[in-house]
Ligand binder design. Sequence first.
Ligand code: M6R
Length: 628
Amino acid sequence: MLITDQTSRRRIPTTADMVSRMCGIAASVLKNGDVGPVLFDCLKKLEYRGYDSVGEASIIDGKIIVKKDKGKISEVERELHISDLRGNVGIGHTRWATHGAPSRENAHPHTDCTDTVAVVHNGIVENFMQLKQELEAKGHKFKSRTDTEVVAHLVEENLRNGRSFAEAVRLAANKLTGAYALAFICTSEPDKVVCVRKESPLVIGTAANGNFCASDIPAFLSRTNQAILLEDNEMAILTADQVRIVQIETGEAVNRKPFTVEWSIETALKTGFPHFMLKEIHEQPMTVRNALRTHPIYMDLMASAINKAKKVFLVACGTSYHACLGGAYAFSNLAKAEVTPVVASEFIDGHGALVDGDTVVLVVSQSGETADTLSAVRGAKDRGATILGISNTMGSTLTRLSDVYIGQNSGPEMGVAATKTFTAQLSVLIKLAVVLARKREFLRKSELETIEAGFQQLPNWISTVLSTQQDSVRRIVERYSDRSSLCFLGRGMSVATALEGRLKLLELSYLPAIAYPAGESKHGFISVVEEGYPVIFVAPRDESYSKIIGNVMEMKARGAKIISIVDEKDGEVARLSDDVIVVPPGVPSMLTPIVFVLPLQLFAYYMSVGKGYDPDFPRNLAKSVTVH
Ligand code: M6R
């Protein structure tokens, strides 16, 4: 699949060509029996991760045999009989994030020029273009458009230079930048699987009849409950009766014993969390990092299109719309770009008359299938607009209708309530605003550096909030669980945060919650406030801080209970509050929603659980709303 730059019509690979971030990996070395049925079973257990292509490879009579194709596991099984694969060493893969027309060539496993090595991958090799050019200059021939294939060729180079299988993999891994979990087999040492981890998950399973590695414990849990977690920058060499772990950088041995997994398969799918929603909230350090890894080519294409357009709209529904509100604020404040956020169902009726060939419509949708959003896209396309898409679902209708699209790469979101996809969408939008600001030379060097440093810090800030505030949020929820309504207030960038906090609470605990720009609250909402009414203030120490103090006092004067989300170094708002939730200090104003929304997600989660509801499946709601 190719996307085309609207101006130059040059062909460039899509994100989907390069990325297979939320894929599933499984590999096995057995003492007895064939790997085909074992890997087939492991891949079935990884189906929940979402995928559109499947593949397995093993070594039979000294040769690598690969069976792979696009389609569901059952379809590929019917066509290629992957479960019949013989041999006692093998690797398997489910590929996600391919485009609507995923291909056999791009499905994993990938092999080198000589079919000596086969590899499966979950992640992104950020420097793959440069590595590919170097390898092509040395005569390597590529069969796919993926980043993964470069790894097979790198290992081939090292084997050619006389390295052992494990050493060839280790040296290759040292050349990669990005995130990856990789598993390899090699005909020169056909009794081994070698696997590598940096930032993408990889777990090892040890059993009497052999050893496994996989993206997730459920893959092998029916065969063994003995697991070893591979840490970042470690690799493992698996034979049927041994697991050896070493540091990727130095080759130094690591000593780690297996632990017993006590979870059922169901719990293991939620990695021990009681609900998918809580699991997904806790995935945000990783999903924000993934979102910020979007390849600069696509950011640049989008920023160029926005820069040239006479009118720019940001269009979405629900949580994605709230991300657009934050995005529009960032476009205006960082890049001085006028970008109008509009709820998708109102877009054509309210703004259709303004849409023409000089218009860019930037559309945000987790699913890429929301009916209201797609109607807006089709209406805008009919009027000649350029469509830019941000979606979590490669191959979705939105990505197919877009002139340029970016995958936010959050992995499948199982909870109906959007959590990790909100912070990922915001990350992409704010980064895009920064790219546009650079293009327009509107930002001072120091401002750019602060935001860039903030992007780097985000995963740490998120981890800190989740690890330090979860219990206090739960306790605060207990204190207010009998209230029939609550209000969320914020100013500036925090309006988006307040609205999103309200939506989460509303959809999960069925409370008629309210949210306003704090300054607007005195124009009507304030009449609702009486003794004990809970008002949640999102109050970062940004340019809106002094004004929000006034709003807090207005509410307090009328007897409201003040719950505030403030930074650790806060003085005034915290002092005025009945309950305080703190986040780390120093989050740049534009990035605050990504950090300040976390306590609100937890607030909604605990309120729902406290009321005895299932936060993963709120009543009347569907994950993807495909009706108008
Ligand atoms: O898949 P989309 O991002 O297009 O979905 C939009 C809304 O339906 C969605 O965000 C909805 O509001 C969620 N349930 C919010 O948690």
